[in-house]
Design a protein around this ligand. Structure first.
Ligand code: UDX
Length: 432
């Protein structure tokens, strides 16, 4: 089929490339000329393992094209995916949908034959109704159908999550559109993905509800970790013991420094804003938001206690600063609040991240980027493991750290407390 992806960010680029890799003709459109030129040269704007090879392969075999001409690209396509950003509004109240509605206005001026218009971006419930209204101002409803098809792609795992999804959710009551989309996704369904056809609003809500539930699961285990620290229990045992219950499941049940990223913080806020708009109070999710926002200061208190209140001039190393491993994304990463707070208390912070130096810290005095692990840890008083990159799992700290009284605070529980004890390393984990 002929597809047009509007927006070449995490969702549009990954979905577009993966659709081309299963045999569709895809045009990825963006108004950012430099981004499109770079993509044509195989320069990928996002860190996503394996994406570059797929882009080059499909661009070479001409199934994947890049363009800045939206009108022309829509005219050449049967299905148009809206994959533009829906960031949290500056006032923090819900999602900014201006890019979505602009795309709808541009689409309506390019429709001459039947088109399926799909919202793949995460959009609040009833956004599809709004898009339908915008387009039907100028185009007969017989010439288009607006469908919700939310993505469930995790950064760092996006290609796998596209290729082997648990489910494909298609929100439409239009039989023709449903048939066409079932055909589009048939290669994934034949590999085991479940196909769920529901109403458009239900599909929009499934996305938010899924992310809010995963954020709730993580916050639940993070709060239990706080209790475990007080009663000398290891949270990892709780995660395992709980997770073996198939009704609970072990994934997204690992205690950490707080959830971050471009989705959970945004989507939890957006769903509670939507509920408030309809006079319904999602109190559980509101408490999840609050608990997660408080977590960084709670962990900073632990750092303070670990260093016996003496932070001034202490050399603190952060191993990893992004919101999780296998991404270069800093959005809502807990390091963004922790590092400046430690600097304010007089600490000196060296950090190493496999994805390189971060603009977020360039302007902060006494925060230094180290080009490798050895130089980051060697003079440390305290080493904080902030992200769970594999390369942090086998460091010989005893050999590499000069200061023999160094301490490790492992915010991802990637080290074994028993091994640390055996090596006589002062070690603190999360929830143990
Ligand atoms: C998430 C959803 O998983 C994905 O389905 C949706 O499409 C986009 O948002 P992403 O934000 O890329 O994906 O990251 P994810 O892997 O879900 O992790 C989100 C946050 O939760 C990270 O900060 C991560 O460190 C944290 N996390 C995750 C935990 O603290 N513990 C866990 O067990 C899992």
């Amino acid at each position: 089929m002929k597809l047009c992806m509007i927006g070449t960010g995490y969702v549009g680029l990954v979905s577009g490339v993966c659709f081309s890799d299963i045999g569709n003709d895809v045009i990825c459109v963006d108004r950012d000329i430099k981004k499109i030129d770079d993509l044509k040269k195989g320069i990928i704007p996002i860190y996503e393992p394996g994406l570059d090879e797929l882009v080059i392969k499909n661009y070479r075999n001409k199934r994947l094209k890049f363009s800045t001409n939206l009108k022309d690209s829509i005219a050449k396509s049967d299905i148009v995916f809206i994959c533009v950003g829906t960031p949290t509004k500056k006032n923090g109240n819900g999602a900014d949908l201006s890019q979505i509605y602009n795309a709808a206005k541009e689409i309506r001026s390019a429709i001459s034959k039947f088109k399926i218009i799909i919202t793949k971006s995460t959009v609040p419930v009833t956004t599809g109704d709004e898009i339908e209204k915008i387009i039907s101002h100028k185009v007969s409803k017989k010439l288009f159908s607006v469908v919700s098809n939310p993505e469930f792609l995790r950064e760092g795992e996006a290609i796998r999550d596209f290729t082997y999804p648990d489910r494909v959710v298609i929100g439409t009551n239009n039989k023709k559109s449903n048939k066409i989309l079932k055909n589009l996704y048939s290669p994934l369904i034949s590999k085991g993905a479940k196909y769920v056809n529901t109403s458009r609003r239900a599909a929009e809500l499934i996305k938010y509800a899924s992310n809010a539930f995963l954020a709730t699961k993580i916050t639940f285990i993070n709060e239990l970790a706080n209790l475990c620290e007080k009663i000398n229990v290891n949270i990892e045992d709780i995660s395992i013991g709980m997770g073996l219950d198939k009704r609970i499941g072990g994934r997204f049940l690992r205690a950490g420094p707080a959830y971050g990223g471009s989705c959970f913080p945004k989507d939890t806020k957006a769903i509670t804003t939507t509920a408030d708009k309809y006079k319904t109070n999602l109190s559980v999710i509101k408490s999840v938001i609050k608990s997660n926002e408080n977590r960084s200061s709670l962990l900073l208190e632990r750092v303070f206690n670990i260093l016996n209140g003496k932070i001034k001039n202490k050399k603190i190393c952060f191993l990893g600063v992004t919101f999780k491993a296998n991404t270069d994304d800093m959005r809502d990463s807990s390091s963004l609040s922790m590092i400046p707070s430690l600097i304010k208390k007089g600490a000196i912070v060296n950090y190493y991240d496999p994805t390189g130096e971060k603009d977020d810290f360039k302007k902060i005095k006494n925060v230094n980027f180290s080009i490798n692990i050895d130089s980051a840890i060697k003079d440390s008083n305290l080493i904080i493991i902030h992200t769970e990159w594999n390369e942090f799992k086998s460091i010989n700290f005893k050999k590499k750290v000069k200061n023999k009284k160094f301490i490790i605070f492992d915010m991802r529980n990637i080290c074994s407390p028993a091994k640390m004890k055996e090596l006589k390393i002062k070690y603190f984990g999360i929830g143990c």
